[in-house]
Design a protein around this ligand. Structure first.
Ligand SMILES: Cc1cc2nc3c(=O)[nH]c(=O)nc-3n(C[C@H](O)[C@H](O)[C@H](O)COP(=O)(O)O)c2cc1C
Length: 402
């Protein structure tokens, strides 16, 4: 019943798989959804507006400047009225346009204007799918919060084999139901503080010491906690990532600033220290750019930075659960256990950040979760999946405490 009375805006792109959308419309309507359709000009080469409108009971919209009645159903209204936008088939062309914010026709204008979740069902030749540009656009769409269903692998209309077949209508329906289903919020009423990213420790006005942390894991954890209803604050060092939706992001540069920002956010119920905080900073920051001297290098003196996880673990306003991270390149479990004891945190998430693992900066992670009474090895999975699983584990922990 999730789709009952929901307004679905279906954007049909110009690909062979467009024919499957006629069935998709029927399935959506069977479930009580109202369906409006925007067809790209190319989609009209594959399915007719007549078939579409016979199934939706509405005109098939396609022309930005010649809508049946701009005053009644304007181009923004099409976007605004939708509870969910489905793009199927999402052509390589549509994905490129949406990833870059183009709005040259009705379909892309609506996709840019909507604030509803957008579910993308790509369909294209395997080589088009695997092209670096398509994959780059796909990554951008994911970063922008668009949700992907498929593509599946199999025989293609073009005679090739591989990923690129559009998901079947029932798979798209299942994904739509998943997006629109009321969400459980077991962390509602809890405040979560998450640190993420590297810190930059200045040497002089133009140079700094840093590390390779991308912030992806910490950002994903913050988003996963927010999705479970937690009031979430993300304290982030310098990263290339945009502020995640649905939570507060505080940007800092150095370890000292990160600690101050964290302390400002206490009390919190949970602290997750995922940032790769620099252990040292330069003593005696130069006011001017340090000049190169003949035959000598500057003797930088390093001093220890505050240990943020340790400070939070021993704070007067200590959160009930403090989760630390141990990024190691050797003796992973032993170092992680020692770190848990040294820092005084409750759980520690250990990961091997040796360059060959590709974890630092990559999209996947494989972690060991060490708690006072358990040690778990989680299989390699997307950082977003690690985040989701960790947020669930935290929710269960708090449920058990009630
Ligand atoms: C027979 C035929 C089939 C096509 N199938 C696809 C497809 O499955 N996926 C795709 O991305 N492009 C496909 N194209 C290319 C698109 O139709 C073309 O890029 C078009 O400009 C897409 O426009 P749109 O994104 O506005 O719908 C196909 C073209 C032809 C001629």
């Amino acid at each position: 019943m999730t789709l009952q009375n929901k307004n679905i805006l279906l954007v049909i792109g110009g690909g062979i798989a467009a024919y499957k959308c006629l069935d998709l419309i029927r399935r959506l309507r069977e479930r009580g959804a109202g369906v409006r359709v925007i067809m790209t000009a190319a989609a009209g080469e594959f399915v007719t507006p007549l078939s579409v409108s016979a199934l939706t009971g509405e005109p098939a919209f396609s022309d930005l400047f010649n809508l049946t009645d701009e005053a009644r159903i304007g181009h923004i209204e099409l976007a605004r009225a939708a509870d969910l936008v489905i793009v199927a088939p999402a052509t390589a062309d549509l994905m490129a346009k949406v990833a870059n914010g183009l709005a040259g026709d009705l379909a892309t204008t609506a996709l840019l204007a909507t604030t509803a979740p957008v579910l993308i069902a790509p369909a294209m030749n395997v080589r088009m799918w695997e092209a670096v540009t398509t994959q780059r656009n796909l990554a951008q769409l994911g970063q922008d919060g668009k949700i992907l269903v498929g593509p599946n692998s199999g025989d293609m209309a073009c005679g090739e084999f591989g990923p690129g077949r559009m998901s079947e209508p029932m798979e798209i329906i299942a994904a739509a139901e998943d997006i629109l289903a009321p969400k459980e919020t077991p962390l509602a009423g809890h405040k979560v503080l998450v640190t993420a990213g590297p810190t930059h420790e200045p040497v002089d006005p133009v140079r700094y010491l840093a590390n390779r942390s991308s912030g992806k894991q910490g950002y994903a954890i913050a988003s996963a906690c927010a999705a479970l209803g937690a009031e979430t604050v993300l304290v982030s060092g310098p990263t290339n990532l945009g502020d995640p939706k649905g939570l507060k992001t505080v940007r800092v540069e150095t370890a000292v600033e990160m600690l101050a920002a964290c302390e400002t956010e206490l009390p919190a119920d949970i602290a997750i220290c995922a940032a790769a905080v620099a252990d040292w900073r330069v003593d005696g920051l130069a006011n001017q750019k340090i000049k190169k001297k003949n035959g000598g290098v500057p003797g930088l003196k390093l001093i220890e930075n505050p240990d943020i996880c340790k400070t939070i673990s021993h704070h007067a306003k200590r959160p009930a659960l403090v989760v630390g991270f141990a990024a190691e390149t050797e003796n992973l479990i032993d170092y992680a256990k020692a770190k848990r004891a040294k820092k005084g945190c409750d759980w520690i998430i250990a990961n091997d950040v040796s360059p060959e693992t590709g974890i630092m900066g990559g999209d996947n992670n494989s972690v060991y979760v060490i708690t006072p009474d358990s040690e778990e090895t989680w299989p390699s999975m997307a950082k977003s999946a690690v985040a989701g699983q960790l947020a669930q584990k935290i929710a269960e922990h708090f449920k058990g405490m009630q």
